[in-house]
Design a protein around this ligand. Sequence first.
Ligand code: CA
Ligand code: CA
Length: 301
Amino acid sequence: MTTRLGRDKLFYAFQPGLKPAARIQLGEEIIFETHDCFQGQIKTDKDLVATLDWDRTNPATGPVYIEGAQPGHILRLEVLDVEVEDHSVMVTIPGEGALGDRITDMETTILHREGDELVFKDRVRIPMGPMIGVIGIAPAKGSISNGMPGYHGGNLDCTLIGKGSRLYLTVQVEGGLLGVGDLHAAMGDGEIVVVGAEVPGVVHLKPELVDMPALPTPFLENDELVATIHSDPDLDIAVDGAIHNMSEFLTRFVKLSVNDASMLMSAAGSLKICQVVDPAKTARFEFPKRILSQLGYSMPE
Ligand code: CA
Ligand code: CA
């Protein structure tokens, strides 16, 4: 059975006690229709962020209660597909983002899709790379705004979270309470102006539990690589967390010595930045699967 959730089922902060919008079984496909991060408030290049109701931004569709998901379980979210609409929005906001000191004018630009590209101001074509900005589950306690990334997932803004990827999170409350939103038709690592190509769309996910106790999460895999993801207001700490979590994975699960893991990470792994513009910054450490397979290790099917 497939459950489809409309974009009217939304929330703005991950927290325990959210009322589930749907209940699904493990292994069952779930489809989320999502708003863009502005909840559709920006429709043309005349609509500037000055007119935004900020209380209606970063909505996530959900939450979804996953039957059988219990605290401590490792939840694997397989991204079966990410479909995005044809028009996406980018903005500049003076004072915001990594170049906020140089940006003096508020601007909105609508990018239009042509084939597998986005057309920027009729001059530049950008390859599409549909991805999910916000994907997470409720924390054990407290309330975490959808604008915030963290251990629970949330606003990770990681370019790898697209079709064919699998994101692993540690369940913290019964049922997980999964939510998804903030799709990007394209985004570069760093998301330096505060937005990607913001777009409404539809996400197809399959949640499952995997027997990988104490996997350092958030953890991601795709056909090519595995990656650890860590967020912190201090980018140095985010970087350090991603590196240490990969070392933990390679020693605990792949059974490498600390020295071998360190040397192989240094020779063949890649430290990357997901984003530097959210309230906490997000780093990831990527390690190639072709090396894992030489070591006789493969991720669970
Ligand atoms: Ca985001
Ligand atoms: Ca976004």
